[in-house]
Every structure is written in C-alpha cells, then in structure tokens.
Design a binder for this molecule. Structure first.
Ligand code: PRP
Length: 179
C-alpha cells in the first residue's frame, strides 16, 4: 500500500467486479443501440478504459476535459472546459462517464452544455458517488459505489495530480492535504 494511503476502500478485485456489473447493466439497457461514452478527463480515464471493455455493444468514445478543483480538495464551483468533444453528439445516446460525483457542480454544468447540442438521450455513469455532498440536483443513473465523505485517491482519482495510478481506491491520510 502507498505510504500516503490510510486504508484501502476498494481493492482491485472489488473494482473489477463492480465495473463488470455496470458494463453488463449498460449492455442490457442499451441493447440494439450504439451509445457514445463520454469520458470526463482526467479522473475517469481508467474507469472508462475498463468500463468500455465490459460493454458488449458497438460503442463509440469521446473525451472531454474540465476542471473545477484545482489543487485543493473542495470544488470551487467554477467549471471550465479545457478540451471539448471531437465529434457531434446530435441524435446520439450519451453516457457520461465520471470517476466521482461529489457536489454535482461539474455535471450540472456539463449536462447543460451537452443538452444544448441535442443528443437523443443523456445518462450519467459515475464510479463513485458521494450523495451527502451534493449541492446541485444531479443523480447518477449508474453508480458504482456510494461512498462516505472521505478524500479518496487511486484508480484515476488524484490529489494534486498524484496517486492516479494506484490500482485500488484508498483513503488519503489527512496529514497529506492538511500540510
Ligand atoms: C473531479 C471528478 C469530477 C468532479 C466531481 O474532477 O472527476 O469531474 O471532480 O466533483 P463535483 O461533483 O463536486 O463537481 P477534478 O476537477 O478533480 O479533475 P480531474 O478529473 O482531472 O481529477
């Protein structure tokens, strides 16, 4: 375990199992359709890679980068598009893929931007959901794990851009961000 991690919340195996389940659920729900999975970078890159491989449909993928947190642990509420999608989403069945749904600020803003581009449908798939932190009316259609309000890292999730490559999801030692 990494020395900055207090304890492991979800092991590699638990993550793998849950992502497979989400993929199977999406495969069943979208049978006969070709959803477009939109990964919200950077945090979702590992989840996206595993989730798309767990879906047994012809999917397409696209990527968007937004930032709201900066180097802190609390969302600033300001969302900025750093990289936009490459293709049109008009008439497409969109699934937004997020690593974590926290205050809801990011997705509240993104949903508004994406709805205006006239997709056929939009659903949200978030690996981690912290409902008690929500300040915006956003819910995940697919949620991997409902988690307590702790600062987690790994499997794509960072603190100040570090720890994304940990294969598990762990709770960061408060001493790391209270410095
Ligand atoms: C994280 C996460 C979501 C957002 C969720 O991104 O990937 O996009 O925060 O928080 P919210 O519900 O409070 O808006 P972050 O800004 O940390 O960037 P990253 O994906 O590059 O790590």
């Amino acid at each position: 375990m990494h020395k900055d991690v207090e304890r492991i919340l979800y092991t590699e195996e638990e993550l793998r199992r849950r992502v497979k389940e989400l993929g199977a659920q999406i495969t069943a729900d979208y049978a006969g359709r070709n959803p477009l999975l939109v990964s919200v970078l950077r945090g979702s890159y590992i989840f996206m890679a595993d989730l798309t491989r767990a879906i047994g449909l012809d999917v397409t993928v696209d990527f968007m980068a937004v930032s709201s947190y900066g180097a802190g642990t609390v969302s600033s509420g300001q969302v900025e598009i750093k990289k936009d999608l490459s293709d049109s989403i008009e008439g497409r069945d969109l699934i937004i893929v997020e690593d974590i749904l926290d205050s809801g600020n990011t997705l509240y803003y993104l949903m508004k931007v994406l709805r205006a581009r006239k997709p056929a449908s939009i659903r949200i798939c978030a690996l981690m959901d912290k409902p008690e932190r929500r300040t915006k009316p956003i819910t995940a259609d697919y949620a991997g794990f409902t988690i307590p309000d702790a600062f987690i890292v790994g499997y794509g999730l960072d603190y100040a851009e570090r720890y994304r490559n940990l294969p598990y999801v762990g709770i960061l030692k408060p001493s790391v961000y209270e410095k």
